[in-house]
Design a protein around this ligand. Structure first.
Ligand SMILES: Nc1ncnc2c1ncn2[C@@H]1O[C@H](COP(=O)(O)OP(=O)(O)OP(=O)(O)O)[C@@H](O)[C@H]1O
Ligand SMILES: [Mg+2]
Length: 225
């Protein structure tokens, strides 16, 4: 089986939500913190090149997508070619942040209705492209575990310097663990005001059980903003 790649037919460019601080206030404290996280990722990997990263957290609404987009922008600002893949079929968010349509996207590629380049958008951030999730898949875990998902990742790794996967919470949803072995590293996000200690430990256990290479933890705290 071969994943066909055709020239992009879309010329659309997306426009990023004004609340994304690393883009809109690049010299602020928060942007500085994201740049620190970006730099630490390489240090945390013991000299191994990290080309694909997955971000998850124990539960819903802890700030995964927000952190991922900010991090992706900091990477693109450094000169990397970056692709964000929205792999959260339960609560797809990336298309909202970049003001593009939900579909077509990853689910259409996995369903073989579309070739990968046809669903990728350029964004107004130089070097940053996005692949929205597409419509919700009811067999999402199987589809994310499939050979075609491996091909999507192979294609992305060839074309980009960094691939960031936006995932659902790791607890209670099997989709994230289906993707863990397709990525070089995993970032576990914890919300200081929301995530309980037990949930944090349980999330770590679940990721390690799936053989995740946890590179580090991002602490998010809405109160500090
Ligand atoms: N540090 C923060 N300060 C203020 N608001 C924040 C912060 N982090 C996230 N938010 C807001 O919280 C909401 C949820 O964030 P986000 O969508 O990033 O969470 P999520 O973990 O990706 O959720 P889901 O589990 O549904 O995918 C959004 O409205 C986002 O703007
Ligand atoms: Mg999210």
């Amino acid at each position: 089986m071969k994943l066909l790649v055709r020239e992009r037919q879309k010329t659309s460019k997306s426009f990023i939500n004004r609340s994304i601080l690393s883009y809109n206030i690049p010299h602020g404290t928060i942007s500085e913190q994201y740049r620190t996280i970006r730099n630490n990722i390489q240090y945390a990997s013991n000299g191994q090149k990290v080309k694909s990263l997955l971000i998850t957290s124990p539960s819903e609404g802890e700030g995964k997508s927000t952190a991922l987009v900010n991090l992706a922008i900091c990477m693109a600002q450094r000169g990397d070619r970056v692709l964000i893949i929205d792999a959260n079929f339960r609560n797809a968010t990336i298309h909202k942040i970049f003001n593009v349509q939900l579909a077509p996207g990853l689910s259409n590629i996995l369903g073989k209705q579309l070739e990968i380049r046809e669903a990728i958008y350029n964004t107004e951030v130089e070097g940053l492209d996005i692949l929205p999730s597409g419509q919700r898949l009811y067999n999402s875990t199987e589809m994310l575990n499939s050979a075609i998902m491996n091909m999507v990742m192979e294609y992305a790794v060839e074309q980009y310097d960094m691939i960031l996967l936006d995932c659902p919470p790791v607890l209670g949803v099997p989709d994230t663990n289906a993707l863990v072995d397709k990525c070089d590293g995993v970032l576990l996000l914890l919300h200081t005001g929301k995530t309980g200690k037990e949930q944090a430990l349980e999330a770590k256990r679940a990721l390690l059980f799936a053989k995740a290479n946890i590179l580090g933890v991002i602490l998010n705290n809405k109160k500090s903003v």
